[in-house]
Write a protein that binds this ligand. Sequence first.
Ligand SMILES: [Zn+2]
Length: 222
Amino acid sequence: MQRKEFDQKQREIDLAWQAHMAEEETDAKVRRRWLLFYVEHQDQKCAYYHVRLKIGMVPGLEDRQATIDHILPRSLGGEDSTQNTLAACAFCNVLKGSTKLSDFLIDPELVNRILKISECPQHISSDPSSKHYDARSIARGISVTVDHIELKNVFEYSVPENWVKLKLEKTKTRNGQPMTVLKRGKVSVIYLDVRDRLRAMEAPKRYVNQFRQWLLERSQPS
Ligand SMILES: [Zn+2]
């Protein structure tokens, strides 16, 4: 979304909110538009984590319900304005409560949840004709290590069978797939964003600064 478009939409919501305060529009209606604006802008994802937001209560996925979250909690003097809000899942919103952003981002309960809901598939192939092909996981990005060494050119891996197939650059098989070489060892996989998040826990200050930067830049084209 372009900055101009973002500012324009934000202004529309602010105007609608003022109209509500003047009782021309209902609270719920403006709040819903406000929420949908940020959900869309965040690519349907919770600002604090990768989880896909649900609009309204979905049975079994109540903790993924999209909510308006106040970056600086209202109990700490945060404004109830579009500038001080983002879309977060119900789990994060409740857990965050009146915690400061910098404390919440490194909350162990949040990190545990991230690990719990982010288990990588145990076998993935980059060959679209394979039954182990998983476009969504591949697009998200996976770090693969064999015997604790991260490998960049993995074409396929199997965690239970302890092997990876490494892509050989420039050479292709007859059906257009890259040539691979088998490597055996202890295979571990983790989504890149989860790995980065865990690394961030080791340098929480930097991570909090990055998040603040993202907040500042969120109206830039993505
Ligand atoms: Zn969340």
